[in-house]
Design a protein around this ligand. Sequence first.
Ligand code: ADP
Ligand code: MG
Length: 359
Amino acid sequence: MKTNNAPVLVLDKVSKSYGQGMAVKDVSLSIRENEFFALLGPSGCGKSTLLRMLAGFETPTAGSIYLDGRDISPMPANQRPLNLMFQSYALFPNMNVRDNIAYGLEMERLPKDEIAQRVDAMLETAQLRDFARRRPDQLSGGQRQRVALARALIKRPRVLLLDEPLGALDKKLRGKMQLELKRLQHESGITFIMVTHDQEEALVMADRMAVLKDGEVSQCGSPNDIYENPRSRFVADFIGVSNLIEGQRISNDQVDAGGHRLKIEPTAALVSGNVALALRPERLQVLGGESPRCDNEVDGRVVEVAYHGLDTNLHVHTPVSSKPLIVRVPSSQHEFTTFTTGMPIRLGWNAQHARVLAC
Ligand code: ADP
Ligand code: MG
């Protein structure tokens, strides 16, 4: 539903320090209309602090926050058209689902008819119609989650802020709720900013994401861009699995790794001296007699075989890296080969699939 890409929320060099420590450093971001935006990073990197500053529960030490072009830094939390959904759902235990959802509109003293109409529509959207008369303790975790979301969405905030909204759910339910949350965002047309430490969750859900490290934005982009073109070792390592091959750049299109010359894309941004090549496990191929030749080929030995059903991960010791390279082989591709520990193996990859990162 991205018809309009105007920025809704702009953060301009926002910082927050607590005494000596800087929780958020110089963060500049521009979040667009109708976007599902994720703030991703390890625990303690400043995600919640950033979200709390947007909501107005914390004051930035420096920088400004603009909503629809207006500086909202001096605006108190309860006047901001932003709604923060807490991880603990904070539903009213003695009210049924319907009343929980209606509460915010009743506080606004809207006409009864309008409240009833909007609550009905929201019960439908959040697939809660059958549970309207139940109390929160008569619901499952996933249903409670949907009530909390419905309660936040019904107020039609300009931006909905979500801090680890799925953190309390088990893995299977989490997967289901990820799709549900995305659908709700899409149908409501409201801009979502979601905090998560789970990279898979961010990749699945976000239109764009910012990867944070120690309070700073390491990289911002679409999930695909960040996965395919990590610009630092931190991002390459944090998002998905990356093999990092250390080496020295010896020419425009070559890197020396453990005495082996590896081809790289000549167009890769010029990084001289020590570099790391980031290579995704699915980009490495196991070469056999019939395989087409690759730009880079190395001989190795299997040190570990991990079967995952859909694919098998091989850990392969090679002379180009002190750490074994991880290779993902789809099950459909090795019906006739059984991989065993100690087996000699030849690996290949093409230059275009390795990202050259500064050390
Ligand atoms: P995240 O949500 O990414 O896990 P937080 O934003 O909660 O990280 O915290 C970022 C850093 O700021 C951490 O080092 C944390 O200890 C610190 N911090 C957060 N809130 C406070 C506070 N109220 N007082 C002092 N330090 C805080
Ligand atoms: Mg947090």
